[in-house]
Design a protein around this ligand. Structure first.
Ligand SMILES: Cc1cc2nc3c(=O)[nH]c(=O)nc-3n(C[C@H](O)[C@H](O)[C@H](O)COP(=O)(O)O)c2cc1C
Length: 251
C-alpha cells in the first residue's frame, strides 16, 4: 500500500473517489484489515481524558459526601450498571483476588454488598477483613478507590434485601454453591428444581443461612479524575484520630 501519510480512512476515501484501481474493494478491505489488526494490539489503544477536573474547591471534608456527589452525577449520566465495583480480598496465603460485585447501599457507615457466605471471597474476608473496592466510571473519566474493613450486616438487613430481589434471584441464591467446582450445568438446573419444589407457592423465600450482606467501613478513599497528558487529578482521604486527612497525589 502506498504510504502518502494518510490515515486508513483517508486512504479509503481517496481510493474510492479516484477509482485508482479496478480492485479497489479488495485494497479497501486490506487497509481496513491492517487497521483493525493494528488496533487489536493494546499498545496502540490510547485515550486522552478531557471530561473535567478535580481541585481543592470540589472537595468536601467528609469523603462520603464527595462520593455521594459523584454518585449523583453517575446516575444523572445514565450509565449502564453504575453500581458495579471491584472487590479485592486477600486470604491467609497473601494471594490477592478481585471480582466484580454490585453496590447495594451507601451510608455514612460504609458500602454494602451481598454475596454467598461460603464463596471464595467470603472465606478470604473471614480470614482477613481488610478489603479494597474500586469504581471506574469510564464515561466520566473517574475512578474511586476505597480501602476498609468488612463486617457482615445484620440478619434482618440481609433478609430485607434478599426478599426485595426478584423470585428468580432468590431461588438462584439458594441453588448456587458459589465458587465450588461443579460437574456441569445440570447441577444448577437440578438444584433449582429442588428449591422450587421445596418452596412451592412461596414468594418471598426465607434468606438462606449461606447468603447475606457485608458492609465495608472505609478508612481510605482516593478520587481520581482523568486529565490530559496523563496528568490526572488525584486526592486521597485517610482516616486519622482527628478526622479525615486530605492530600493530593501525583498521577
Ligand atoms: C456486573 C457483575 C455483577 C456482579 N455482582 C455480584 C454480586 O453482587 N454478588 C456476588 O456474589 N457476585 C457478583 N458477581 C459475580 C462475581 O464477580 C463472582 O464471579 C462471584 O461472586 C464469585 O466470586 P468468588 O469466587 O471470588 O467468591 C457479579 C459479576 C458481574 C460481572
Amino acid at each position: 500500500m502506498p504510504n502518502r501519510g494518510l490515515t486508513w480512512w483517508q486512504e479509503l476515501i481517496r481510493l474510492h473517489s479516484q477509482q485508482e484501481t479496478p480492485c479497489h474493494g479488495k485494497v479497501a478491505y486490506t487497509i481496513l484489515d491492517s487497521h483493525l489488526s493494528t488496533m487489536s494490539n493494546p499498545e496502540n489503544i490510547r485515550k486522552s481524558y478531557h471530561h473535567g477536573e478535580l481541585n481543592l474547591s470540589h472537595l468536601t471534608a467528609d469523603p462520603i459526601d464527595l462520593f455521594r456527589q459523584w454518585w449523583k452525577e453517575v446516575l444523572d449520566a445514565n450509565l449502564g450498571e453504575p453500581n458495579a465495583m471491584t472487590l479485592a480480598t486477600v486470604g491467609t496465603n497473601h494471594q490477592p483476588s478481585a471480582r466484580t460485585i454490585l453496590l447495594k447501599g451507601i451510608s455514612e457507615h460504609g458500602f454494602e454488598f451481598y454475596t454467598n457466605y461460603q464463596s471464595r471471597k467470603a472465606m478470604e474476608m473471614e480470614q482477613n477483613p481488610n478489603v479494597a473496592l474500586l469504581f471506574f466510571w469510564k464515561e466520566l473519566e473517574r475512578q474511586v478507590r476505597i480501602e476498609g474493613r468488612v463486617e457482615k450486616v445484620s440478619r434482618q438487613r440481609s433478609q430485607e434485601y434478599f426478599q426485595s430481589r426478584p423470585l428468580g434471584s432468590q431461588i438462584g441464591a439458594w441453588a448456587s454453591p458459589q465458587s465450588k467446582v461443579i460437574e456441569d450445568r445440570s447441577v444448577l438446573d437440578d438444584a433449582v428444581t429442588r428449591i422450587e419444589e421445596k418452596f412451592i407457592g412461596q414468594d418471598p423465600l426465607p434468606v438462606p443461612d449461606h447468603w447475606g450482606g457485608y458492609i465495608v467501613r472505609p478508612h481510605l478513599f482516593e478520587f481520581w479524575q482523568g486529565r490530559p497528558d496523563r496528568l490526572h487529578d488525584r486526592f486521597e482521604y485517610i482516616l486519622e484520630n482527628k478526622g479525615w486527612k486530605i492530600q493530593r497525589l501525583a498521577p
